[in-house]
Ligand binder design. Structure first.
Ligand code: LLP
Length: 441
């Protein structure tokens, strides 16, 4: 069983998050429901900021793709973090919620003209250039506005981190960034230097996601610092930023032990300082972009259990108990996409012994198994299932498959729950549909 530090089981056997009884939350707001613990989010942001800044000047940008709503933007803003946005939609959300544009880092491997113009219009602090096509257009658009835009080069360091193949990005064969090895990254720097409306401030890389330790980041320090040193000699000036992206993993299962943020900082920073000194590369400000590490464990999804079905199977133990929930791959596509595994508890019977092996199935017209073979007290229709570690890449990747309405999100803190995203309605589901006149007859 996986119970996080910010959660507890009350005397009457209910799972509590942020001082709120989860069964009561399910009754009040309906299910499926994403529950986000505000204190856990804030603590994690503070841990990142202080663990690194105690050792080295570091700008922490929360990677908004993990979980973004206007309320979340306010939390990031209040905590003093920067914000990584990777599309016009993420940028719009940030601006709409009053986030200072100079603290935005604008990413994306195929930013449209509109997105580039939007970045310029709002004066984003840093724009990370991914390719030559973008470099030329951005220079032209900035010129037309009489502006000089600060940019970083998205580099491919050629590092293959050990994580699921679909969330690896540091290796050579990737759609992201300029390869250091091929010379493209150096060529990008020369072209930026020659572009009157762009100002090169630093280099960036992102290796992959859900990494359990600092190994890949240590490799990245070697490659990126060596490149930075070469680049600074080439262009004959120092650059002020070295951004190593996000990627630190979290606990999805009770036996998973990702390193703590403090341990991570304790490995990366001394290595960084030593490598900078070795190459005489100065003291660029370090940038990091944690997403999952900040929000994943702070989020829990509540479902209502419906049909419980026992089927005979040929292998031992000869039967499988399917426990059907009122959501599935539309609110959490990660098991289908990445074979992701999750842990869960019965929120309203959390003190009963988990003596029955069951399989949790979604309600889509697919075999959308959310969790295979998990031990729970035998679930009954009407019980509330709490699936842990759903704060990252669940709400942000949700769909309307089978025309399911997407869940609400509540933010809990010290016993109060605030709705921060309302549940979609069936009206919302058809709101963008149009019947052409010729089909009306
Ligand atoms: N910075 C950049 C440039 C990124 O591309 C990403 C994630 C991050 C930061 C944040 O990485 P994190 O700290 O969250 O690992 N949908 C996948 C994860 C995709 C990550 C994409 N980029 C999943 O559900 O596992």
């Amino acid at each position: 069983m996986l119970i996080f530090e910010h959660q507890r089981i009350s005397a009457n056997g209910r799972l509590e998050i942020g001082g709120c009884d989860t069964a009561a939350l399910a009754a009040e707001f309906g299910t499926p429901l994403y529950v986000m613990d505000e204190t856990a989010i804030r603590n994690r942001m503070r841990a990142w900021h202080s663990a690194f800044n105690a050792l080295y000047p570091t700008g922490i940008a929360y990677a908004s793709k993990a979980f973004l709503t206007t309320a979340m933007v306010r939390i990031v803003e209040q905590e003093g973090l920067n914000l990584d946005v990777a599309s016009g939609g993420e940028l719009y959300t940030a601006v709409k919620a009053g986030f200072p544009a100079d603290r935005l880092v604008f990413h994306g491997n195929n930013k449209s003209d509109d997105e580039l113009e939007m970045g310029l219009r709002h004066n984003v602090g840093r724009l990370v250039i991914d390719n030559f096509h973008e470099l030329e257009r951005l220079n032209a658009f900035a010129g037309a506005r009489g502006m000089k835009q600060g940019v970083l080069i998205r580099c491919t360091p050629g590092i293959d981190p050990h994580t699921h193949r679909l969330i690896r990005t540091g290796q050579e064969d990737t759609k992201f960034g300029f390869s250091i090895k091929s010379g493209d990254a150096a060529e990008a720097a020369r072209r930026i230097e020659a572009s009157p409306n762009l100002e090169l401030t630093g280099i960036h890389c992102h290796l992959g996601s859900n990494l359990m330790d600092a190994t890949s980041h240590l490799d990245a320090v070697d490659v990126m610092v060596a490149f930075l040193a070469r680049l600074q000699r080439d262009i004959n000036r120092t650059l002020s930023e070295l951004d190593l992206g996000g990627g630190l993993g979290v606990r999805y299962l009770p036996d998973q032990r990702p390193v703590s943020v403090e341990t991570f900082a304790g490995s990366v920073v001394p290595n960084l300082i030593e490598t900078l000194d070795k190459h005489g590369a100065g003291r660029p400000r370090l940038g990091l972009e944690p997403g999952r590490s900040i929000v994943a464990e702070a989020g829990t999804t509540l479902y209502t259990i419906g049909a419980v079905k026992e089927v005979a199977i040929p292998s031992a133990p000869g039967k499988r108990i399917y426990v059907n929930i009122d959501g599935g791959m539309s609110d959490n596509p990660r098991p289908q996409l990445y074979e992701a595994r999750y842990s869960a508890i019965l929120a309203n019977r959390a003190n009963e012994s988990p003596d029955t092996q069951v399989t949790i199935a979604g309600k889509h017209c697919e075999t959308d198994i959310l969790i295979s073979n998990i031990d729970l007290p035998l679930p009954r229709p009407g019980d509330i299932l709490a699936v842990q570690t759903t704060g990252a890449y669940n709400h942000s990747m949700a769909s309307n498959y089978n025309r399911l309405a997407r869940p609400a999100v509540v933010l809990v803190r010290e016993g109060t729950a605030d709705l921060i995203v309302r549940r979609e309605t069936l009206e919302d589901i058809v709101a963008r549909d149009i019947i052409p006149d010729r089909l009306r007859a």
